[in-house]
Design a protein around this ligand. Structure first.
Ligand code: HAM
Length: 419
């Protein structure tokens, strides 16, 4: 038997319906915030992710699905959505005649070769937004507000952790201070962090092994190294969040796992029973990325949330997702002679907005009654030759059990009236 691959999963039945519900919430909120839907390819040139997410990030070093295609191209299954959107923006020269910022959202499969565990998979879905073309703090707030409100609509209590990495100058100063501080402790760091110290010292702060050590607890804070402009920007963000009543906590060790961030970074956490304190999503400003990918100097900010973790949080919090489990009508026929009319009426009901099912297995009336109950059909539309000769069908309300003969031409109006 061929089974699914480690870290992948099928979604079907009620789980699929729940996802559809969450997708609708996402679509609805993106529409209100005026983000347009975008799809980018599942695979891209490997170089795109190396240059954007960063050669030394865990994602690129350990987690990407890289392969050579039959034309010997180096390709990678996308581990995240930002790089693809940036590539799309540059490739289509959307900066050429930009009168408004570009605001897009995606809701797609991503791939990371990680150790699968609760809420962490190798194939997973991310809902994300990218806001390109504004350097104003109001754009950061737009993204954070959208993220927060999405979780609120899903009934989740979240807290947003925020930090600022500052502009290039602030970040460089901080990096230097951090290396100076960590260098004497190098022997106490894990093997990965020893390497990170030279290549990407900020990453030491969120190392899964060293992250909770006393050394890191006493390390210099990013916010101590912000220049005035960066600090003003960070303070402005907090003013906006207060104004919009979006709860946040400052976390001066929050640096994020991808290399492209500067200024504001944030992560959204929920306390999930049986699982703990879990990051449901994260994002931040990435002003240098588009230029790094050979585009113009273009400010941008974005966010992505993991679907799996969000669904897990909803389940564990005991939140009820309404899922439609019933149908409007079940069309039944007694014998073969009524089948064509059954097919016609079924299509007609569907085209008029009724969720309708019929019998494809020639079960006979008894079996059809059972099916109608299984589907929770509100109405049974029962066809027999005698009624059809008078252009009528028998409509039974499956709840009140009342029955009535209805002219076929009046069927839609009849059901509309009783609905
Ligand atoms: P990220 O923090 O790497 O950011 O991923 C965002 C979210 O995706 C995480 O908070 C988590 O919920 C989910 N996630 C990540 N890896 C997995 C996994 N293996 N299984 C299940 N869920 C996972 C980004 O990807 C950035 N592109 C976000 C962004 C958009 N920044 C700016 N714009």
């Amino acid at each position: 038997m061929i089974t699914k691959q480690k870290g992948t999963y099928d979604i079907s039945g009620d789980d699929a319906k729940k996802r559809e519900y969450v997708n609708e919430i996402i679509r609805g909120i993106c529409e209100k915030y005026n983000y347009n839907y975008i799809e980018t390819p599942v695979f891209e040139a490997s170089e795109l992710f190396h240059r954007s997410v960063g050669e030394t990030s865990d994602v690129v070093k350990k987690e990407t699905y890289d392969f050579l295609d039959r034309g010997e191209r180096n390709l990678t299954l996308r581990p995240e959505g930002t790089a693809g959107v940036a590539r799309w923006f540059i490739e289509n020269k959307l900066y050429g005649n930009m009168t408004e910022p570009v605001k897009v959202f995606y809701n797609e499969k991503m791939y990371r070769y990680e150790r699968p565990q609760s809420g962490r998979n190798r194939e997973f879905t991310q809902f994300g937004v990218e806001f390109i073309g504004s350097d104003d703090v109001m754009a950061d707030v737009d993204v954070i507000s959208l993220a927060y409100q999405t979780y609120s609509l899903l009934g989740l209590d979240t807290v947003i952790k925020i930090n600022s990495l500052g502009d290039t100058e602030s970040r460089d100063n901080y990096r230097k201070a951090l290396v100076d501080y960590l260098a004497p402790h190098i022997d106490e760091l894990c093997e990965d962090c020893k390497e990170r110290l030279n290549k990407n010292p900020l990453r030491v702060l969120d190392c899964k092994i060293d992250g909770d050590s006393d050394i890191i607890a006493s390390a210099p804070k990013t916010t101590q190294y912000l220049n005035q402009e960066s600090l003003d920007r960070y303070n402005k963000l907090k003013d906006y969040l207060d104004l919009l009543e979006i709860p946040y906590e400052e976390d001066d060790r929050l640096v994020r796992g991808l290399d492209y961030y500067n200024h504001i970074v944030f992560e959204i956490y929920a306390d999930i029973p049986n699982v703990g304190h879990l990051a449901l999503g994260g994002g931040g400003r990435y002003n240098g990325l588009i230029k790094k990918l050979d585009g113009p100097d273009m400010p941008a900010v974005g966010f992505a949330m993991g679907y799996d973790r969000t669904m897990l949080a909803i389940e564990e919090a005991g939140n009820n997702i309404p899922i439609k489990k019933d149908i409007d009508a079940y069309v039944m026929y007694v014998s073969d002679s009524e089948k064509e009319t059954a097919a016609f009426i079924t299509q007609n009901l569907r085209l008029n907005g009724f969720t309708t099912e019929t019998d494809y297995l020639n079960k006979g009336l008894k079996g059809e009654f059972k099916s109608a109950d299984r589907f929770n059909a509100k109405y049974l539309v029962i066809l027999n030759d005698e009624d059809l000769a008078k252009n009528e069908v028998n409509v039974k309300d499956n709840v009140t059990k009342e029955e009535e003969k209805v002219n076929i031409n009046d069927l839609i109006d009849y059901l509309d009236m009783h609905d």
